[in-house]
Design a protein. Structure first.
Length: 161
């Protein structure tokens, strides 16, 4: 008679599965208490490749921790990216790209504008801005959309007769 116990299968005797211990409480935390999620606005002209350069993040790297994430928004709304910080310290930050999504360009239509003025999207912080072209004065900023900026311009005292 065979001397193998009835509880083991042939597969277990050939490749026994190693049992790992269960996850301990000190290895399980709320992400918000262990890591940070950062938001960065990349200037116009910053490329996908430049985002992955360690020295691009050198000025702000001392505030970061490994496994923090960075959501990157292009100032001209041309892309959105998510990066994972794999290693960082004073003056350097190594990142891995998790997501890169090119976005449709934001079309600016300057009809209905009085001559000598422009309205442009200046990034997620300044949003829509009204410019006077003759001297470069910013007449208004932080408008949520182009129509609100246009309304502000048309109601401005410099255009009233």
């Amino acid at each position: 008679m065979a001397s193998t116990p009835a509880t083991t299968t042939p597969d277990e005797t050939e490749n026994p599965r190693k049992k790992t211990p269960p996850l301990m409480r000190n290895a399980f935390k709320l992400r918000e208490t262990a890591n940070n999620s950062w938001r960065a606005v990349a200037d116009r002209g910053v490329t996908r490749e430049r985002l992955l350069d360690s020295d691009y993040w050198s000025v702000v790297s001392q505030d970061m921790l490994p496994f923090d994430t960075i959501s990157v928004i292009a100032a001209d709304r041309s892309f959105y990216a998510e990066l994972l910080i794999t290693d960082c310290g004073r003056g350097y930050c190594h990142v891995e790209e998790l997501l890169f999504k090119p976005l449709m360009p934001l079309l600016v239509i300057n009809d209905k504008l009085p001559p000598g003025f422009s309205i442009s999207y200046d990034g997620p912080d300044s949003q829509w801005t009204v410019h006077r072209l003759c001297d470069g004065v910013i007449m208004g900023t932080n408008f949520p959309n182009r129509d609100a900026a246009l309304t502000h311009l048309l109601d401005h005292a410099t255009l009233r007769g």
